[in-house]
Ligand binder design. Structure first.
Ligand code: NCD
Length: 334
């Protein structure tokens, strides 16, 4: 089945690019060129402090206000957007959605207009519905920016970029790298955005490894090789990304393997990594379910890049906040 929610939408793709060729918003990675993705990763690298040194700070966003609107649970993404905005000198508003007026029936756009009246400049939005970041971007006045922090199962662009930055730092020769993305691809926005990011960067090969019902369709993701068994999918891998089973998006009536079977057949574990010819790097977007899609020995092992992913997430979000702010300043002539 073709994933119509994630077919390229030229309107979204062009609406997020500003007159200077920079991003005005970040809604999706679809349609971003290699040059744009490379520029964003290069910029993010400037925000990475050497180990054991204080975090990089600047006042690039002094006087700006960033509003974090997370209508779905989040730990890493929300915390890293908050830290990224603070480290750039912005004021940060974390709307407590549990007690916000959206619970009283206010539309999301009325919430946005209310916050805009308080001079919020950048909206960071996570929502369970498809199309919300785009809708807000279209409804906004020109100088206000929207960053997609997770949209249903379809887009998680900052996650894709931080995954790409992390693997590029470990393997600058990405064109020689085979990345296996293993597990619940079908319900994962992170896997979709990782595909877009790595595809744009010209990675050597992407393997999709998933049981029935968890695979992504070939029509929408043509540049991935598909495997329904772990062994052939990971034996040549230089890097493996494990994914959490997205139970919140799975119909309980779908036939799923038991968690024990899943762990045995698709878990990224010490035991299963013996199927690999090389010693692959291991990634996971988090949150992890240890004992299901990954085991503790692998998550905490020497080949794990999981902590680096989290660290690099702050730098990626700093680069994106700075990017959309510079577009806004240009639109305002500031
Ligand atoms: C992911 C998400 O929310 O899409 N988490 C994240 O942002 N790091 C993945 C997940 O929930 O499994």
């Amino acid at each position: 089945m073709v994933d119509t929610a994630n077919l390229p939408d030229p309107d979204v793709e062009s609406a997020q690019i500003g007159p200077n060729g920079r991003l005005r918003h970040l809604i999706t990675l679809q349609g971003l060129t290699r040059a744009t993705v490379t520029r964003l990763l290069d910029h993010a690298e400037q925000f990475l402090a050497p180990p054991h040194q204080a975090a990089v700070r600047s006042d690039a966003l002094a006087g700006r206000t960033v509003a974090n609107l997370f209508f779905e649970p989040s730990t890493r993404t929300r915390a890293s957007f908050e830290l990224a905005a603070a480290r750039l000198g912005a004021d940060v508003l974390n709307l407590d959605v549990k007690t916000s007026s959206r619970k009283k029936g206010e539309s999301i756009l009325d919430t946005i207009y209310t916050l805009e009246a308080m001079q919020c400049d950048i909206f960071v939005v996570r929502d369970a519905a498809v199309g919300v970041p785009q809708m807000i971007a279209e409804a906004e006045r020109p100088g206000v920016a929207v960053l997609n922090a997770g949209e249903a199962h379809v887009n998680h662009p900052t996650q894709g970029l931080l995954d790409a930055l992390t693997l590029r730092l470990a393997r600058p020769d990405l064109e020689n790298v085979t990345l296996a993305i293993v597990g619940d691809l079908a319900h994962s926005r992170g896997a979709r955005s990782a595909y877009e990011a790595f595809n744009a960067l010209g990675i050597g090969a992407i393997h999709f490894v998933a049981p029935d019902g968890m695979m992504l369709d070939e029509a929408t993701y043509p540049n991935a090789h598909r495997f329904s068994k772990l062994a052939p999918g990971i034996e040549e891998a230089d890097a493996i990304m494990a994914l959490r089973i997205q139970h919140e998006r799975i119909d309980e009536s779908d036939a799923l393997p038991s968690l024990a079977d899943y762990h045995r057949q698709f878990g990224i574990t010490e035991h299963n990594l013996r199927l690999c010819k090389k010693t692959p790097l291991v990634m996971h977007p988090g949150p992890m379910n240890r004992g299901v899609e990954i085991d503790a020995a692998t998550a905490d092992g020497p080949q794990s890049l999981i902590t680096e992913q989290v660290r690099n997430g702050v730098a990626i979000r700093m680069a994106l906040l700075a990017e959309v702010d510079s577009s806004a300043r240009q639109i305002h002539g500031a």
